[in-house]
Each structure stands twice: as C-alpha cells, then as structure tokens.
Ligand binder design. Structure first.
Ligand code: PLP
Length: 377
C-alpha cells in the first residue's frame, strides 16, 4: 500500500477562503455597482483556480479573467457558464481551444480579429472584448490610431463575433502620482468616443486592484481585481483604502534542531558562522518550494510567536533559522514564513520587498510541492 504523508507533514500553503470572499465583497462595494471580473489567471495567483472559482461563484462575479486558453478551458470544465475572458493576445495555435471552450477573446490587432472571426465561422457565435493600448504597450490597439483600425475592426468581426466589451489596462495605478492614470483614462475616453460602436452595447472596464482601490471613480461598468482578492496589497505604502484581509500563509515544520558550538557553519558557501553557542532549527522549505534563494540573509520566520532570523544560504529543500532566543522549540513545531503566529505577522509584502519583487511574484512562485490547504477562520 502506498503511504501518503499528511498534508501538514512538511511545509504547506494555507488558503483562507473566508478572507478571499470578504476581499471580493470589499472590491464590489468599492466599485459601487460595477460588475466584478474575478482574475483567476496563473492558477488564481498560485492559490488554486478550482478552489477559488468554487468559492467565488456563489458571489456572482460578472465574469472570470484568465491569461491562457488552457486556463480558461480549465475554468469552463468546472461547469462555469459565465463569460471567461482571456486577457492576453491568443497565440494562433490556442485559438481553436479557446473557441471550443467558448471563451471570450480579447482583440489586440487585426490579425487576431481575423483568426477569431474564422474560428467563429466553425464554432458559431463567439464573444470578444477590444483592448485599447493607452500606454501599457504589450497588447491592444493603439489609442492614437483609432481612425486607421476601427472600421477594419468592425468589418473583420463579421457576423459571427459579438463585441461585448472594451477596456484598457493601467500601468501606474499603484503610484502616488495620479498623472499617468489620468492621462491613460483620457486617452481611453478619446478612443471610445471615436469607436463605430454604440457605448451602450459595450462593457467598459479599466481598473485592476490598484485602480479600484485608488480610483474608484474610474470603475466604469466593471473592474478586474486580482491580487486584492488574494490578500496582496495592490499599492503597498500608499494609503487611502482598506487593505485586503490576508488569504495566504506559508508554514513549515521544524525537522531538525542543532546546538551549534562556536565556529559551526551553515549552508552552501558557509555564509554564517556561529560566534558563540547557537541553536539552529532546520525548516524543510527552499527554492524548490518557491522560497526565493535571494532571501538568503534577509527574511525572518515566526516560531512560538517570536521572530527568528534565517541564517545561511537558502538551498533547494531546506533553510535554517537561528532559534537561540526561543525556548523549548521541538522537532515538529510549526514555523510561519508568511502569515501570523501569535501577535507576530509576516506579510507577503514584507517578503516581496526583501526579495526585491512584488507580492504577485512570491504568490505565483510557490511551487506545487507545497500542498494548498484550506483554512477556516
Ligand atoms: C492580471 C490583470 C488584472 C489584475 O491585476 P491585479 O493587479 O492583480 O488586480 C487586471 N487586468 C488585466 C488585463 C490583467 O492582466
């Protein structure tokens, strides 16, 4: 018989679905009547798309947002009837899968329009949203050239593609300076005014999480929250909105304790040497779990409600913390590297800052080796 270790045997990710739902409601209230397109791309930012969609579905989002045809097909396969919008230009070889799953494509250029219209001839009517590039520069029709593409776009859609929405994406909604956001908004409005489509027939949307929280007046017909749902602060250090409730915790069991005599070294390159007697605890968590190697010497963990320092280099499967100041730690005790234990909390933003990145990359970087467990509050 195959023996399977329990999910909390080694290291794991805890997901608080009540907090996720509360964050969804905070977004909805903030967006004041606009629809909510729940962004569930990248396996719901690493949290698990099936779990997230199942939790959110009863709250009646307007639609789901994904980045790839395969992600969209996975959501569709859960029995979801709502629109599922692919918010990246579809690679030509993904069009068939997207059409078969009845996903909504986002249109960025006339070639993409032609491919989607072609697919619609084979699959029957298909939906699309039009992206307008107002400065993000990675997708969408150029706001400056509406005159050159709008009529050809309309023709290209043909009878089988229904244009259901139009949107742009903000590049600096998290910045203190409002100028870039207001400039993009104005460019978008100018482009909208030139489109040969009736505004009433189109769902207009602009805001990601930072946009919704900082510029609720730009919520338009719908908003597209991602990171906020998952407990990431979309504009760290910039106030003016209710921070999200934390959704994700990362924990690991102590697997070894060592009383290290002076001169003992730890980790590749022996970056740390014990000056006096130290007590070290090994955690079964490393970059093979998505705990970034660049956190070496920077991050902390919480054990028995007390913060402890990581020492030595993060390796693939293990890291070591100095527990000299924490009495009575035993093998099997739980260390928290993201989340709360007692009065101490390590936020995703704290870890992200130490790793010179953003919460998004920390979350999506957590590897499948860490089981995702639901936590009830
Ligand atoms: C990922 C994404 C979002 C969500 O962004 P957050 O900052 O996570 O809220 C919204 N819109 C588009 C087009 C995206 O690609």
């Amino acid at each position: 018989m195959l023996m399977v270790a329990n999910d909390r045997a080694r290291a794991w990710v805890e997901v608080d679905l009540d907090a996720l739902r509360a964050n969804f409601e905070t977004v909805r209230a903030r967006a004041g009547g606009a629809g909510v397109i729940a962004m569930v791309k990248a396996d719901s930012y690493g949290i698990g798309a099936e779990r997230v969609v199942t939790a959110i579905e009863p709250l009646e989002p307007l639609a789901y947002g994904v980045a790839t045809a395969a992600e969209g097909a996975q959501v569709r396969a859960l029995g979801i009837e709502r629109p599922i919008i692919v918010f990246s230009p579809l690679p030509p070889d993904s069009v068939e899968l997207a059409a078969a799953a009845r996903l909504t494509a986002t249109l960025s250029d006339l070639g993409g329009v032609a491919r989607w219209a072609e697919a619609a001839k084979r699959h029957g009517r298909l939906d699309a949203h039009l992206e307008i590039d107002t400065g993000m520069g990675r997708a969408g029709f150029d706001f400056r050239e509406v005159g050159t593409w709008a009529d050809r776009l309309q023709e290209g859609l043909g009878p089988s593609v229904r244009l259901r929405g139009v949107y742009t994406h903000l590049h600096s909604a998290d910045a203190v300076d409002p100028t870039p956001t207001l400039t993009q908004w104005q460019r978008f409005q100018d482009a909208l005014a030139q489109l040969p489509f009736s505004r009433e027939d189109l769902l207009v949307h602009v805001c990601n999480s930072a946009g919704i929280m900082r510029w609720p007046e730009l919520a338009a017909d719908a908003v597209r929250p991602g990171i906020y749902l998952y407990g990431g602060n979309p504009a760290p250090g910039v106030g003016g909105f209710e921070p999200p409730r934390p959704v994700v915790s990362v924990r690991a069991r102590v697997v070894r304790i060592k009383d290290a005599p002076p001169g003992s070294t730890v980790g590749y390159g022996s970056l740390h040497t014990a000056r006096g007697w130290e007590r070290w605890a090994t955690l079964p968590l490393g970059y093979g779990d998505g705990w970034p190697r660049c956190l070496t010497g920077r991050s902390e963990a919480i054990i028995h409600g007390q913060r402890v320092r990581f020492i030595g280099r993060t390796s693939m499967d293990m890291t070591v913390v100095d527990i000299s100041s924490v009495p009575d730690v035993k093998v099997g005790d739980v260390a928290t590297v993201i989340g709360s234990d007692g009065a101490e909390t390590i936020s995703i933003e704290e870890v992200a800052a130490q790793a010179d990145t953003i919460s998004y990359e920390i979350l999506t970087g957590l590897r499948p080796r860490l089981p995702r467990l639901e936590r009830y509050t």
